[in-house]
Design a protein around this ligand. Structure first.
Ligand code: PHE
Ligand code: CO
Length: 279
């Protein structure tokens, strides 16, 4: 559990349930908090119009996330449940791995309640409601990705038992958080960590520095990542079906292999076998 203090009185006054969830208490968000959402929303939507994956933009629309202010879960969940059976639940702060996986395995996405301060629009001590809802939830409105996220939760519980969380976490990082997809219109972003960041949305697609490498499951599971900086490598899928199918196989043998040969790659290195994409 995190010992970072989040300055949100509505979180502070609640005792989380056994599954770590709390109430959103939507009526108790301040006008300032809603305004911060609007500022972030408008900034991102401009940047993402021709950078985000069509599936992401479509999810935003279907869930009516363009409505002003922090979304009310009562409304959002009605729309999301109707589309894919997922719902968003609120948590006070990052939750333990198994709690997180258990929520995903049951089609519940844990989201932070608090929102960052206006004075720190680009600084995140941990995921806030903007990152979690704007960044993650649109993809959950798309059936193939919704199934992938549930399977990931089930896989997480298993990886924890097998002691391979490190490898599975890298898969989440390089797909759910920082994934790129090749589309007919060009390279597009679907990862929540990118779509919720103004700087990285441009950097991931347009900067010459990072590597953009064709997705390879075992390669990803061996690759370290940066948590305090823009990514040095992005992995590019060709379709969500490709990602879903690659992860449907039994990871048991792959974990056994990874246990025997712990070779890991730095976040910046390029291997001879990599399918390196040119801009
Ligand atoms: N197929 C994986 C396993 O056997 C589970 C998984 C599915 C993991 C989807 C991640 C994403 O453990
Ligand atoms: Co996230």
């Amino acid at each position: 559990m995190s010992d970072i203090q989040i300055d949100d009185p509505v979180i502070a006054k609640q005792t989380p349930r056994a599954d770590f969830t709390i109430d959103q208490c939507w009526d108790e968000y301040t006008a300032e908090e809603h305004e911060v959402w609007d500022i972030l929303y408008h900034r991102q939507i401009e940047i993402l119009a021709d950078r985000a994956a069509p599936v992401f933009l479509d999810g935003l629309k279907r869930l009516e996330l363009s409505r002003s202010g922090i979304p009310d879960l009562a409304r959002l969940n009605k729309a999301l449940k109707a589309l894919t059976g997922w719902e968003v639940v609120m948590v006070p702060h990052l939750v333990p791995d198994e709690v997180f996986f258990d929520h995903l395995a049951n089609r519940r996405f844990p989201a932070g309640r608090f929102i960052r301060k206006r004075s720190q629009l680009d600084y995140l001590q941990e995921p806030d409601v903007f990152h979690d809802i704007f960044g993650h939830v649109p993809m959950l409105a798309y059936p193939v990705f919704a199934d992938y996220m549930q399977a990931y939760g089930q896989g997480g519980l298993r990886a924890a038992k097998l002691g391979r969380l490190k490898n599975l976490a890298r898969l989440y990082w390089y797909t759910v958080e920082f994934g790129l997809i090749q589309t007919e219109a060009g390279l597009r972003i679907y990862g929540a960590g990118i779509v919720s960041s103004a700087g990285e949305s441009r950097y991931a697609l347009e900067d010459e520095k990072p590597n953009r490498i064709g997705f390879d499951l075992e390669r990803v599971m061996r690759t370290n990542y940066e948590i305090d900086d823009f990514q040095k490598s992005y992995f590019v899928i060709e379709s969500y079906e490709q990602l879903f199918e690659a992860t449907q196989q039994d990871f048991g043998p792959i974990y056994a292999q990874l246990g025997e040969d712990e070779t890991a790659y730095t976040s910046s290195e390029v291997l001879a076998k990599d399918n390196l994409l040119k801009l």
